[in-house]
Design a protein around this ligand. Structure first.
Ligand SMILES: [Fe+2]
Length: 228
């Protein structure tokens, strides 16, 4: 039986970040309940796992996402810090590395070192995310990208040639995404965990596309991606 589509009006406009004409920007920060987008579950936005502090995310929600037809899952969470001071003196750079459980600590420290970004809180958070990602998808190895940028690296909406990518933005404008057939673009919450299916995933439906945001002149964006 076909279920009713969810309301689409729930999110206030975000004025601080300008999108191109015809693409009003809606801020997912203000979603405070599970939102299922249409009867084919293109996406939903959920609260973080209310369980123990050791829970990095709601692994059941992520497992359902991976098995289901949704192409995006956005999990809100409190970022472990704003890192504005640390990023101020850090280097504009992209660190890319294959990552395993055994070498996670080494690679993350090496990446933060290359970026000249010293932060124990960030190192701890990245370690948690990497380990949770490997556990969630039962992987021996994944790819890690830690990036500080001052430009819009991917201005066009697209999907990637990956299975699943987790993207989180710690500082600056966040990932934007758009559903097929819609003109509105959504903005991921700062520090939130954005799981995106890519073209290599068996249940990828090509129903949502994402892009990197514009970065205002003089600002920096700190963003991390883990994928396989
Ligand atoms: Fe992408």
């Amino acid at each position: 039986m076909k279920s009713d589509p969810p309301p689409k009006e729930l999110l206030p406009r975000r004025n601080s970040h300008r999108l191109s004409a015809g693409q009003p920007c809606i801020d997912a920060h203000f979603v405070n309940r599970l939102e299922r987008n249409s009867d084919n579950m293109q996406s939903f936005v959920a609260q973080p796992n209310p369980g123990t502090s050791q829970s990095t995310w709601d692994s059941k929600a992520v497992a359902e996402f991976a098995e289901g037809s949704a192409d995006i899952l956005v999990l809100r969470r409190n970022a472990p810090g704003d890192f504005a001071e640390e990023v101020q003196t850090a280097r504009i750079h992209e660190y890319l590395a294959p990552i395993t459980r055994e070498k996670a600590g080494f690679e993350i420290r090496a990446g933060l070192g290359e970026l000249r970004l010293k932060s124990a809180a960030l190192e701890e958070d990245l370690t948690k995310l990497v380990n949770a990602f490997l556990d969630q998808f039962e992987l021996e190895k994944a790819r890690l990208r830690i990036e500080i940028t001052q430009t819009q690296s991917c201005p066009k909406f697209h999907s990637d040639h990956v299975n699943i990518r987790l993207v989180t933005t710690y500082l600056g404008p966040t990932t934007e995404y758009q559903f097929s057939g819609e003109s509105s673009a959504y903005v991921a919450p700062t520090g939130g965990l954005v799981f995106l299916k890519g073209k290599n995933h068996p249940t990828h439906g090509d129903s949502v596309h994402h892009r990197s945001p514009e970065v205002p002149i003089g600002q920096k964006r700190l963003c991390v991606a883990i994928d396989y």
